[in-house]
Design a protein around this ligand. Structure first.
Ligand code: KIV
Ligand code: ZN
Length: 543
């Protein structure tokens, strides 16, 4: 049997650091379940000390996900480690991920300490984390720009202190594959006790080399890859899960390694993450982009029709790309729809199914046939709403044209069931709708992104609108301000889809504000309890 590369998914931690990607606790838990089904080995569920929301997400994921190692990030200080240990307390397989910088740039300018102090802090952090859990991963931040001799010393010391995994990040995405591969090889050749730990690679994509660097690390002995779905993450992002997994699988002849990933779940998880984070997948993105398996040139189409392997190295079905040739109609009935949804991997309760079925009937009536992408859009609208809806859009009506003033009327049901009706005019139909909604909801914000996509081809296609709004008054947790909220909506009428997307984003913002307030109260109570009382801040956290 081939040797295994462990897949460490950090979508919920490093991925969530993408600008504007903030997910609420329920959305994180939903993604964690999807990651477990996908077969990742480790889920980095968050950075518990960073906010009450992150703490709660890690705690819930630790309680609910039993088949993966659940990991929480910390800095190298006792408070972070205690809070992470507390969040992970109920995990079946907890891991604490602690560490600090190893490059002189980080040690001098960010930490403002000496190399020796940094080494000592790291060792103390590992020893302290080992008091709470048996599995401790150490990150040597900015290893890609560090002096290798110093890095070797740090790794040797933290492994002696009890680290079970050592993570070698190329934090700034600076290295090239040759360099990064040589760095990993050097670690195996120079760190005396390296056989006692798993070597992990964590590459950022600033030069577009994250996947190549990760694979170079694996070729040189690393056996854990740190990745995110769709490659989301800080700046240009992290190494993408789907690329590494499919490279290892497609080029088994070269690598001779395997992962535990159920590749048929890749596409659905990619859609889920894109949907919930509001970060679209670029069309030409390897493996999961809409064009990844589209052949438009005549020569290529001809070749693929004769024999797939002429231009295709991966069968789209192997990564779960839905077969758009399977269509349903209103006559398919409840049974047909349920069967198809199950085939696509959706398990819905009866209430969710009824909502989906009713929307399905409306679309089937307008379009006659409903294919997989339409179904995904329905699920996204009707099921993937992981917050309490405060305002419900009941009706929207617009008049517009080249010689009229765009005017919209909306009817909205409020939190206590009261019905509001209002109208406004604007520069265009969407502007008019958003103004009319604003008059009722009264949550000042600015629309910063608006995109519209046809879900399928054809004049009768369902249109999906994705938007981002920036709240005038941010949602604040632990001093961290969150301004940006995304929303989506789909309909055969794109004006209606725009209204739904806006309502969605506003509801998400209102729910985040409410949840942040509730958590603040809850955390204030628990921090006052002796179990979470934390040490005073000192110059060295270990003094
Ligand atoms: O990029 C990085 O160095 C990180 C560490 C915190 C692991 O994300
Ligand atoms: Zn990172």
């Amino acid at each position: 049997m081939a040797e295994r590369v462990f897949i460490f998914d950090t979508t919920l931690r490093d991925g969530e650091q993408s600008p504007g990607a903030a997910l609420n606790v329920h959305e994180k838990v939903e993604i964690a379940h999807a990651l477990e089904e996908l077969g990742v080995d480790i889920i980095e569920a968050g950075f518990p000390v960073s906010s009450p929301g992150d703490f709660q997400a890690v705690q819930r994921i630790a309680r609910e996900i039993r088949g993966c190692i659940i990991c929480g990030l910390t800095r190298a200080n006792p408070r972070d480690i205690e809070v992470a240990a507390e969040a992970l307390r109920d995990a079946a397989h907890p891991r604490i991920h602690t560490g600090l910088g190893v490059s002189d740039i980080h040690i001098r300018h960010k930490l403002q300490i000496t190399r020796e102090e940094a080494l000592e802090w790291g060792v103390e952090a590992v020893k302290y984390a080992r008091r709470f859990v048996e599995d401790v991963q150490y990150y040597a931040e900015d290893a890609g720009r560090a002096d290798p001799e110093y890095l070797y010393r740090v790794l040797e010391a933290v492994i002696d202190a009890g680290a079970t995994v050592v993570n070698i990040p190329d934090t700034t995405g600076y290295t090239t594959p040759d360099e990064f591969g040589a760095l990993i090889r050097g670690i195996f050749e120079n760190v005396r006790n390296i056989h006692r730990a798993i070597v992990s690679v964590h590459c950022h994509n600033d030069l577009g080399l994250a996947t190549a660097n990760t694979l170079a690390g694996i070729r040189n002995g690393a056996r854990q890859a740190e990745v995110t779905i769709n490659g989301i993450g800080e700046r240009a992002g992290n190494c993408s899960l789907e690329e590494v997994v499919m490279a290892l699988r497609t080029r088994q002849d070269l690598f001779g390694l395997e992962t535990g990933i159920n590749t048929r779940r890749i596409y659905p998880v990619s859609r889920l993450v894109s949907q919930l984070t509001g970060i679209p997948v670029q069309p030409n993105k390897a493996i999961v982009g809409v064009n990844a398996f589209a052949h438009s040139s005549g020569i290529h189409q001809d070749g693929v029709l004769k024999e797939r392997s002429t231009y295709e190295i991966i069968n789209p079905r192997d990564v779960g790309v839905p077969d758009s040739e399977i269509v349903l109609s209103a006559r398919s009935g409840r049974h047909g729809l349920r069967h198809r949804l199950t085939e696509l991997g959706y398990t819905l309760d009866d209430e969710q199914f009824e909502k989906v079925y009713n929307r399905f009937l409306v679309i089937a009536d307008r379009k006659k046939t409903v294919d997989t992408r339409d179904l995904e859009a329905i699920i996204a609208d009707e099921v993937q709403m992981f917050f309490e809806e405060t305002y419900h859009l009941e009706h929207v009506q617009v008049t517009c044209g080249d010689h009229s003033i765009p005017t919209a009327t909306v009817r909205i049901r409020g939190p206590e069931g009261q019905v509001y009706c209002d109208a406004a005019h604007g520069t265009g139909p969407v502007d008019a709708i958003y103004r009319a909604i604003n008059r009722i909801v009264g949550e000042p914000n600015e629309l910063i992104e608006f995109s519209i996509q046809a879900v399928t081809g054809g004049i009768d296609a369902v249109g999906r609108v994705t938007i981002r709004i920036q709240a005038k008054e941010p949602v604040v947790e632990n001093g961290v301000e969150r301004h940006i909220f995304s929303g989506w909506g789909s309909d055969t009428d794109i004006v209606v889809a725009s209204a739904k997307a806006y309502m969605f984003a506003l509801n998400r913002l209102i729910a985040a504000r409410r949840e942040a307030e509730a958590r603040k109260k809850q955390m204030a109570e628990s921090v006052a309890s002796p179990r979470l009382r934390l040490p005073e801040k000192r110059l060295s956290p270990w003094a």
